[in-house]
Design a protein around this ligand. Sequence first.
Ligand code: ZN
Ligand code: ZN
Length: 93
Amino acid sequence: MTQQINSCRCGTTWTGLARAHCGACHRTFNTAGLFDAHRRDGACRDPASVWHGGGYLRQVDGIWSGPAMPERAQAAKRGRVTEAVAAHAPEPE
Ligand SMILES: [Zn+2]
Ligand SMILES: [Zn+2]
């Protein structure tokens, strides 16, 4: 497998075709979707304050990525704690 290495005039390099580097704020995003999420009204937002896919973006090895745990996974984790209770008294949906 060959990995394409991309670079920007700001000196940032990154790999992966799916990744997106912002030419305005020069942050690198793991996916184009995350890139889109940080753009609002033609300006860049601080990714740390961008809510996307069930959590705030976080920086991993210099690349802004989605939340550590998707909403479903978090729900499953919470469910694990209350599983026994829920089995006897399921919450009304
Ligand atoms: Zn930006
Ligand atoms: Zn750049």
